[in-house]
Design a protein around this ligand. Structure first.
Ligand SMILES: N=CN[C@@H](CCC(=O)O)C(=O)O
Ligand SMILES: [Mn+2]
Ligand SMILES: [Mn+2]
Length: 321
């Protein structure tokens, strides 16, 4: 089963000031079970998903279990630009230590649901991309029926593999699509940065059949800003709420070597920041995660720093709204 580990204060270190100039000085350690988060301020809540069982089942390079803590270590050192009234919490980590990924995903669903019900904004740090199945279900549970929930995934891969032989890090969006079919809700999925050399023909057929909107990695680039903006605005207009998930392996391995399946020809950082800004401006974004951080293959903490910068950009932009 998945177990819940309390936040580790030792991960949050950096320069010392007496004015909360850095995030390690701003962060609060909160036990979700013991506290009531309901309050008028904005609250961002970090949860780790320490799980590489999905990557292992998908025959990938393991190591993402250590991903959440690697990101925390870099995030704590970064400057704090949040308002004084805004809260920044580390809730702890959901671990998969016995191979039961499904129970771990259920725990993610429960915690995300709990956070959203408390008006906090969840920031999940993975862990394999199987994080998306538990995360989506938590948001869905919070929203109930009647409101549409779109997924925007920055990724080299569709992660639409058929799960008839089991669930893994390559199946989360297929599983979500199946659940949508079953409950009669729309499956709204935009995948940005899809690589033709990393997704087989069957995956493209599945994407077509499920009416998935996607941008190939060649087009998801600063060379085509108008096309990217048009795709994003079209998608955003079709949904009430948006769940954003970033798979670090979508970035070029020049930026993100620390992943299970690296992408030498992946996307650049600027196009992701431009896209995130547009999504955040829509005020429809309800939850966020970063997946596939694998410190074992990282070089000089570049990927962990990139992941931390993406979290920093997101919370700082959301706070400014
Ligand atoms: N979450 C990642 N999924 C990819 C992995 C690809 C690879 O191992 O090369 C996928 O299943 O397509
Ligand atoms: Mn991927
Ligand atoms: Mn993925």
């Amino acid at each position: 089963m998945g177990n819940f580990v309390k936040p580790d204060k030792k991960l949050w270190t950096g320069r010392i000031s007496d004015r909360q100039l850095y995030l390690h000085e701003k962060v609060e350690f909160v036990d979700l079970n013991e506290s009531n988060l309901e309050h008028p301020q904005k609250t961002f809540a970090i949860i780790g998903y320490a799980c590489d069982e999905g990557v292992k089942r998908n025959h990938g390079r393991t190591g993402a279990f250590e991903g959440p803590d690697a990101i925390r270590k870099q995030l704590g050192k970064m400057p704090n630009h949040l308002d004084t009234g805004t809260r920044f919490l580390d809730i702890g980590t959901i671990q998969c230590s016995d191979g039961n990924m499904e129970a771990t995903q259920d725990l993610v669903t429960e915690k995300v649901h709990q956070l959203l019900n408390s008006s906090a904004f969840p920031i999940l740090l993975g862990g394999g991309h199987d994080i998306a199945y538990g995360h989506y279900n938590g948001i869905r549970k919070h929203l109930g029926s009647g409101k549409s929930l779109g997924i925007i995934n920055f990724d080299a891969h569709f992660d639409l593999r058929n799960n008839s032989k089991g669930n893994n890090s390559g199946t989360p969006f297929f599983q979500i699509a199946e659940d949508c079919k079953e409950d009669g809700s729309a499956f709204k999925y935009l995948c940005l940065g899809v690589r033709k050399d990393a997704n087989d023909a069957e995956l493209f057929v599945t994407a077509e059949a499920l009416d998935v909107t996607y941008m190939p990695s060649e087009k998801f680039s600063m060379s085509y800003p108008k096309i990217v903006v048009r795709e994003l605005l079209d998608f955003i207009a079709q949904v009430d709420h948006i769940y954003v998930t970033i798979d670090l392996d979508g970035f070029s391995s020049a930026y993100a070597p620390g992943v299970s399946a690296p992408s030498p020809m992946g996307f650049c950082t600027q196009i992701v920041l431009e896209s995130l800004e547009l999504i955040i401006k829509s005020q429809k974004m309800v939850s966020f995660d970063i997946a596939e951080m694998n410190p074992k293959y990282d070089i000089d903490d570049q990927t962990a720093k990139l992941a931390a910068s993406l979290v920093h950009f997101t919370i700082t932009s959301l706070n400014g709204q």
